[in-house]
Ligand binder design. Sequence first.
Ligand code: IPE
Ligand code: IPE
Ligand code: MG
Length: 241
Amino acid sequence: MTGSDFTVLPRHVAVIMDGNGRWAKQRGLSRSEGHIEGAKTFRRIGEYAGDLGIKHITFYAFSTENWARPQQEVAAIMHLFGDYLNEAYDRLEENRAKGIRLRFIGDRNGISKELCGLMDTLEGLTADMDKVNLNIAINYGGQQEITHAVQSIAADVKAGLLRPEDITKETIEARLYTGEQPPVDLMIRPSGEQRISNFLLWQSAYAEFWYSDVLWPDFTERHFDEALKAYEKRNRRFGGI
Ligand code: IPE
Ligand code: IPE
Ligand code: MG
């Protein structure tokens, strides 16, 4: 498909990349091998979304709750993330030619210095790109994100820079990791789970949800098309009639 095959494209798509572990288990493989396959799917779908003309896409790679997993699995995920960052750096010119702006959303505390350095570098080197905003949520939690925003607002109030009565929805939005990016229009979750798992809680206030039983490593461009086709047919009312 191409972007023109759709009458309306979501401005911002969020993807919960779920089901790597079950995919691996079905094949008698280790969970880490599931994450390796999932990382390949992420590259494919990220590329495809950009080709279709999706302006903003956010992939959930690691949640603040995922630290509860065995240390070995966490290490494997961080290692794969590092591989991706190094590859993105090696392919910088290619990414820039496609107009891809990379952003990493989430709490940097807990992420190794080396990975943080690479994230900062990639964000800096793609900051002038504006065709595709590719956000990767790493050590991300929606509740934590809102908590940080509230702390920063409280600090400004305490310092006399802001009056409580001047706090608006926009004041809060501007302090979220997604800053000036549009709210989520379409939230995609494979793997059969129908929950939000602390992802983009504020930003998906009026998101359309699309679920599928397909496990993330098996997720293809056709599934993405299916989600976009379903989105096209949704009647978004935003509380109106
Ligand atoms: C998603 O796949 C990847 C991360 C959460 C990092 P899972 O690892 O959650 O796969 P399942 O849900 O156990 O199948
Ligand atoms: C959500 O998946 C987090 C990511 C995909 C990174 P989980 O597998 O962690 O979510 P739960 O535990 O099933 O809610
Ligand atoms: Mg899961």
